[in-house]
Design a binder for this molecule. Structure first.
Ligand code: APR
Length: 268
């Protein structure tokens, strides 16, 4: 009964929201066969995140590209799952203004979402660090698999995936847009993120309290009583669960389609 009641209440909040946005993490893509990072079968249980810092890439690009082939090759063949399609449907219903994603798999766009902010870039391309020329990732992966490692641009420059490595700043325009949406929204649907990697993890706090937890004014400003609703969809509790108005625990691929179905019937 509790799960049904929570779903009904979450649907009601979404149906009556004026500006709902979603923040998604790797957990929304696990049902597409893409492992997350910190879950029970997460990538960081097998690989060292240190090998995915900008410093590590620049000091040994051939090592990164070897790991890239092992982990990410063929990502372009991944397909959206019902969770991605549900968010695209919520956008079509006019109840989701934007998806802010930490994912680099492009699955929200493949599912039909049109307003997507990619905070950590997209693995579909590689860019020359010298001249900025871009190449389709499939072509670059083919060259690395054929022995050209590290892959180079026609100008001789080093090619790097168009994703954000640890210790690398986020794309300015993407984060500016994400902050703008967090400040504007009256509801944030947070799906499949452990909410531990900043600055993305700050967005739900910014959404709820319209202030940053890192700000010294955080508590003295009396903004603690957040007006914006946070609805969390995750397999388990996260640091956000404490500020979430509703937490729906379970697989996003199961919960989101049922949630959107309830929203649709409430809008009819
Ligand atoms: N349904 C709902 N939640 C899920 C599912 C699922 N099917 N599968 C996994 N999860 C949850 C996990 O319980 C976990 O809380 O999704 C979350 C995934 O967390 P992480 O693996 O930490 O992924 P994410 O939060 O996106 O990581 C943020 O860290 O490593 C960097 O740049 C990388 O963008 C990534 C960032």
């Amino acid at each position: 009964m509790e799960a049904e009641r929570l779903l009904e209440e979450a649907a009601r909040r979404i149906a009556t929201s004026k500006h709902c946005v979603a923040l998604t993490g790797a957990g929304i893509s696990t049902e597409s066969g893409i492992p997350d990072f910190r879950g029970p079968k997460g990538l960081w249980r097998k690989y060292d995140p240190e090998d995915f810092t900008l410093r590590s890439f620049l000091s040994n690009p051939a090592k990164y590209w070897r790991l890239h082939l092992e982990i990410f090759a063929g990502l372009d063949r991944a397909k959206p799952n019902p969770a991605h399609f549900a968010l695209a449907e919520l956008e079509r219903l006019g109840k989701l203004k934007c998806v802010i994603t930490q994912n680099v798999d492009g699955l929200h766009q493949k599912a039909g979402s049109r307003h997507v902010v990619e905070l950590h870039g997209n693995l579909g391309k590689a860019r020359c660090l010298s001249c900025g020329r871009e190449y389709p990732m499939g072509e670059v992966e083919g060259r690395v698999a054929g022995g050209e490692n590290p892959p180079k641009c026609s100008c001789g420059g080093l090619l790097k995936p168009t994703v954000v490595f640890f210790e690398e700043p986020l794309p300015f325009e993407a984060f500016r847009k994400a902050e703008e949406e967090a400040l504007k929204c009256d509801l944030m649907l947070v799906v499949g993120t452990s909410a531990v990697v900043y600055p993305a993890a700050e967005l739900p706090y910014l959404a709820k309290f319209k202030f940053r937890p890192s700000s010294p004014l955080w508590f003295s400003s009396g903004l603690g009583e957040g007006k914006t609703a946070i609805i969390e969809v995750n397999m388990e509790a996260t640091p956000l669960t404490g500020i979430a108005d509703l937490s729906l625990f379970g697989k996003a691929g199961k919960i989101l389609p049922r949630l959107v179905e309830r929203v649709r019937s409430m809008l009819e």
